[in-house]
Design a protein around this ligand. Sequence first.
Ligand SMILES: C[S@@+](CC[C@H](N)C(=O)[O-])C[C@H]1O[C@@H](n2cnc3c(N)ncnc32)[C@H](O)[C@@H]1O
Ligand code: SF4
Length: 364
Amino acid sequence: MAQDSPTSAPVTLHELRTRLREAGAGPLHEHRILRLWSNALPRESGRRLPSTFFPASLLAAMPDIEAQLASLASIHTVEKAEDGSERLLIALNDGQTVESVLLPRGGLCVSSQVGCAVGCRFCMTGRDGLLRQVGSAEIVAQVALARARRSVRKIVFMGMGEPAHNLDNVIEAIELLGTAGGIGHKNLVFSTVGDPRVFDRLLQASVRPALAVSLHTTKIDLRAELLPRAARLTPEQLVDAAERYARTTGYPIQYQWTLLDGVNDGNDEIEGLVSLLSGKYGVLNLIPFNVVADTPYGRPSWERCRQMAAQLHRRGILTKLRNSAGQDVEGGCGQLRARATQAGELPLRRAARGRAISIATAAS
Ligand SMILES: C[S@@+](CC[C@H](N)C(=O)[O-])C[C@H]1O[C@@H](n2cnc3c(N)ncnc32)[C@H](O)[C@@H]1O
Ligand code: SF4
C-alpha cells in the first residue's frame, strides 16, 4: 500500500496539533481551534472570547497559526452546475490542485490524492499516476473552504485519488471530521477499489466511516483490465471483506458500478451480480459513465441503464440508478483539473515547495 508521497511532505493534522501545543494550547484550546476551522466559523464564535479562554502565548501565536491554516488551500476556480452542485478546483500551497464538489443536499466530495496510482481506464484522475498524497490538514482544508460557501453535512471520499493508498492521512482527517468537525460517522463515506488491509484499519479507527466499494464488474479478468493497479482481490473476496465491515459497523456497503456501454452492462453481469450480492447488506449504485475523451468507452443509453436497474431490482438486488452530480460542468472526477492543466494554468508535476501559483478566484 502506497503510504509515502513520491515527491513532497504534505501538511498533517499531527503537525498542526504539535504546533498548537508548542504555542501553549491545552486539549480544550486545541479542540476549539480545530472545531472553528473545520466548520469555517469565525474566531470569536462560542461562549467565551479567545482573549479570556486562550493562554497569552497561544493568543500571541494565533495570527501565524491562522495564516498557516488559510495558506493550506484556496479556491482557484468554481464551476456551477444546473443541479445545484459546484465543482471547486482547489490550489494547494505547492501549486498542485485537487477537485472538491459541493453536492446538492449538503454533500461534499473531497480528494485524497493528487492523481492516482490505480490507473482505472475510464477515470481522468488515473492518467498521470500518483503525483502526491494530500495531507490530512489539506483534506480538512477542503471541507473548511466548502463550508465557507454553504453547509456541509456529509463528506464522501470520491474525488481524486484512492483513499486506501493514503490511509494514515485519510483516517486522521476522518477522525477530526467525525469529532470536532461535527459530521455524523455514517455520513463520512470512504470510497475504495479495495485493499486487503483497509477493512481492518478502518475498523480500528476511533471514527468508523461508511464504505463505498468500487466493484464495476463481477469478472476477475475484466476487473484487472479496467482497474490495472487495484489490489488483486477477486470480486468474491472483496464482497466478503466488505460484508464483514458492514455487519460490524451496521452501515450498509455502497457498491459502485460505473456503467460502460457494451463492457459491463450485459445480462451476464446481471447474473453475476445476483449471485455475488444476494443477501448482502448493501446497495448497488449504477452510475452511467461520464464520458472522458481519448478513452474507448461510451455511456450506455439511459433506457439500457434503467432496464438493468429494474432487472436487478426484480431479482432482489437493492439498486439505485444515479447520475454523477454536475454533469453539465464535465462532472467526471479530474476533468476540471485536466482542463486547467491543458490550458497551461497549472503545473502537471509538483511545483517547487513555496512557489505558489497565482490564484484567480473565479465566479462564485
Ligand atoms: C474518482 S473515484 C475516487 C475514490 C476511489 N478511488 C474509488 O475508485 O472508489 C470515485 C468513483 O468515481 C467513479 N468514476 C471515475 N471516473 C468516472 C467517470 N468518468 N464516470 C463515472 N464514474 C467515474 C469511480 O469508478 C469511483 O466509483
Ligand atoms: S476511479 Fe478511483 S481508483 Fe480508479 S483511477 Fe480514479 S481515483 Fe483512482
